[in-house]
Design a protein around this ligand. Structure first.
Ligand SMILES: C[S@@+](CC[C@H](N)C(=O)[O-])C[C@H]1O[C@@H](n2cnc3c(N)ncnc32)[C@H](O)[C@@H]1O
Length: 264
């Protein structure tokens, strides 16, 4: 599976849906007046935000949402289009280059999920400025915040998490990424511009019921550990123990995320 393959996004989606912060979504919908809403979703992937907000407790019964989904990966947009045929329009776009071409002024709100940790400070400023200039509410779900707790713990967890968090800062096409600092920085930028913010945790909780997800996630972390030159023998031992625990259903993994909504 590649970084954003449909298979990986599908494995993540149930964990993402369970993790989303209900109070943040309620505050987001409370900032919206109308019952016929148009949302612009940034870096939509296979449409996970559509899935989440269709079932959100914040949404008033009978309200309808028309979505403009954006991503640079046409295969992911195709999946989203098949899932949500009637209510979505798709636009393939490189957000790093063409963010300002999107119709921020013509929608009721801007949403994104699992995206802000990929972007750089200059891109984040561009994004916040577009949202604030258009005076729109914003919802950013599932931004990774650098925390991870393994149960049971191993002494090598800290080294692997460090490697992962360092890798999070590498360039994902937007310049050096903010990684775990992204949600906090985005919140500051909105508050500096006079926006109100409601934030809360949306940590992934993965146990024996999500063995495939655990396995894929930690295989990725193990690869990063190898790339950054962690001690090979210690890394191999760590990975072998973790694989055993995943197979026997004995691993519980918590990975820290932040949700926030910002509104004028
Ligand atoms: C972790 S996925 C999140 C997808 C979806 N929002 C979700 O929660 O499942 C990150 C998404 O960002 C998209 N992406 C990354 N860089 C991009 C860029 N420069 N322009 C547009 N989309 C981009 C990827 O294609 C991928 O769909």
């Amino acid at each position: 599976m590649t970084g954003f393959s449909p298979e990986w996004l599908a494995l993540r989606e149930p964990i993402d849906l369970a993790a989303r912060n209900e109070a943040v979504e309620i505050a987001f919908f409370a900032a919206l007046g109308s019952d016929r809403l148009r949302f612009l979703d940034l870096a939509s992937g296979a449409g996970s935000t559509v899935s989440a907000l269709s079932r959100s407790k914040g949404r008033s019964v009978g309200s309808s949402v028309e979505w403009l989904l954006t991503d640079y990966d046409p295969a992911l947009l195709d999946v989203a289009g098949q899932r949500w045929q009637d209510s979505v329009t798709m636009r393939q776009i490189d957000l790093a280059r063409d963010l300002e071409q999107l119709p921020f002024a013509e929608v009721d709100a801007v949403t994104t999920s699992a995206f802000l940790d990929l972007v750089s400070e200059p891109f984040l400023v561009r994004l916040v400025d577009q949202v604030v200039r258009a005076k729109k509410p914003f919802l950013a779900s599932l931004t990774y915040d650098g925390r991870a707790v393994f149960a049971p713990q191993l002494s090598f967890d800290a080294a692997v998490l460090d490697a992962h968090n360092t890798h999070q800062l590498s360039d994902k096409g937007f310049g050096p990424a903010l990684g775990p600092a992204a949600a906090g920085r985005a919140i500051e930028l909105f508050q500096d511009r006079g926006y109100k913010v409601v934030e809360g945790r949306s940590d992934w909780q993965a146990d024996h019921a999500s063995a495939d997800f655990q396995s894929e996630l930690l295989a990725g972390w193990q690869n990063v550990g190898r790339q950054v030159g962690l001690n090979e023998a210690e890394l191999a031992q760590w990975w072998s123990l973790r694989q055993e625990q995943i197979s026997s259903g004995d691993l519980i993994l918590t990975v820290g995320h932040i949700d926030f909504t910002a509104f004028p």
